[in-house]
Design a protein around this ligand. Structure first.
Ligand SMILES: Cc1ncc(COP(=O)(O)O)c(C=O)c1O
Length: 400
């Protein structure tokens, strides 16, 4: 794809689940901010600041439009990343609204740890529910009464999706519960799963959706009533006296997003996120088709190798596996020598991959819109040799 022409032929980047490569228009937008109107947003009266304000307001609107959510119900705040977004929310949700915390077994550490911390801090019970093999959340038999539910809508090791997201959201909200969705892995390639989701909040990382490094929080306006503000600073207040202050979010409904934005924001990154969303919206259908075609080709190759154990049960641009008898980190290093950039380990999903399923360390390939058919040819060629090796007795093998 021409927007990634800067990528050399030999470099094969397979770490999009961590951060996607940025298309040239996004890099250009960031450069333009730095070289043409580098200024603070939502505070200054000079011309550059006015240009920043127009772009920042636009990005907030574009995020909601991308998710088909209404400005009447939701607002958009920016932060550092998904992890920060989740923690900002969980640290401030008043425990009087929460009877128990529910999460699932396939969560990234950012959900797993933040829910653990919330439950420990407030001495509230925390349940870790086993997701169905297809990614859906088992709803029957669950008591969601005043439950704080935090789950991902796409996994970071095999891409499986929260198929019944709408039913889950309805079940939680109709029981006076709160539901927060970790959408880090959905925004780049499968945002449609989130369309018109009535969740209380959706957190994600712009750097996983072809935009610069940035965290995004999409929050229901009425959730603010259930927060107690404990993380606070400049940019959030209209007035400060010796021991009191006025929150801008309370004073002006148009400033509600400031409730999660203490201090200076990453204005250039916010501006360029707007460009990334425009770029994603304009992507031709063929880009999506190519991505899934190449992912399927790689998946089918891996699936055909007797010594390869795939974690995925179906093709996805994100796939994880191990090769019987061969250490994944050694494979990762061997791939690295051939300019193939893949991840090895447990990808911050230690509980599920290591302790629940007892997999050995894994290799993860995560493709993106920059992936070329020649990349997959090369990976298959290199892996063909590796996976033909005689298996050694592995120390740790999958239990099931
Ligand atoms: C599903 C999921 N949730 C949360 C995160 C945390 O994202 P960040 O490191 O940008 O905070 C990741 C990162 O890979 C992820 O894949």
């Amino acid at each position: 794809m021409k927007e990634f022409n800067y990528l050399s032929d030999k470099d094969i980047y397979l770490d999009s689940a961590c951060q996607s490569l940025r298309p040239q228009p996004v890099i250009d937008a960031l450069n333009k901010y730095y070289t043409e109107f580098n200024s603070c947003g939502e505070r200054v009266k000079y011309k550059w600041g006015e240009t920043t304000d127009v772009h920042v307001t636009d990005t907030r609107k574009k995020v909601l439009k991308y998710l088909k959510l209404r400005q009447k119900d939701y607002f958009v705040s920016f932060t550092l990343n998904t992890t920060y977004g989740l923690n900002l929310l969980l640290n401030q949700i008043h425990p009087k609204y929460v009877k128990k915390v529910i999460t699932s077994d396939i969560e990234h550490n950012s959900v797993f740890l933040s829910t653990m911390a919330y439950a420990k801090t407030h001495k509230i019970k925390r349940e870790v529910v086993k997701r169905e093999p297809d990614g859906s959340f088992p709803i029957r038999g669950q008591n969601f009464k005043k439950a704080l539910v935090v789950v991902n809508c796409a996994s970071n090791f095999d891409g499986r999706q929260l198929k019944n997201i709408k039913t889950l959201v309805k079940a939680v909200r109709s029981n006076d519960g709160i539901i927060i969705i970790d959408a880090a892995q959905a925004m780049g390639h499968t945002p449609e799963i989130l369309y018109r989701t009535n969740a209380d909040a959706i957190c994600f990382s712009a750097h996983k959706m072809y935009a610069p490094s940035l965290g995004v929080m999409v929050v229901r306006k009425d959730l603010v009533r259930q927060l107690r503000t404990t993380f606070i600073g400049g940019g959030m207040v209209d007035d400060v006296n010796k021991s009191t202050y006025l929150l801008s979010a309370d004073e002006n409904p148009d400033h509600i997003h400031t409730i999660f934005e203490p201090g200076l924001q990453a204005w250039g990154e916010i501006v360029a996120l707007g460009t990334a969303i425009d770029w994603l919206n304009k992507l031709p259908k063929s880009a999506h088709k190519n991505l899934w075609r190449e992912a399927t080709r790689l998946y089918n190759f891996l699936d055909s190798r007797p010594k390869v154990h795939l974690i995925n049960s179906e093709p996805n641009p994100t796939m994880s596996f191990y090769v019987e008898g061969v250490d994944s980190h050694l494979i990762g290093a061997a791939l690295g020598d051939k300019h193939i950039m893949a991840r090895t380990g447990y990808f911050c999903a230690h509980y599920y991959l290591d302790h629940a399923e007892h997999y050995p360390s894994l290799i993860r390939f995560s493709l993106g819109y920059h992936t070329r058919p020649s990349d997959i040819d090369k990976i298959i060629e290199v892996l063909d040799k590796i996976t033909n090796q005689k298996p050694k007795k592995s120390k740790k093998t999958k239990k099931k």
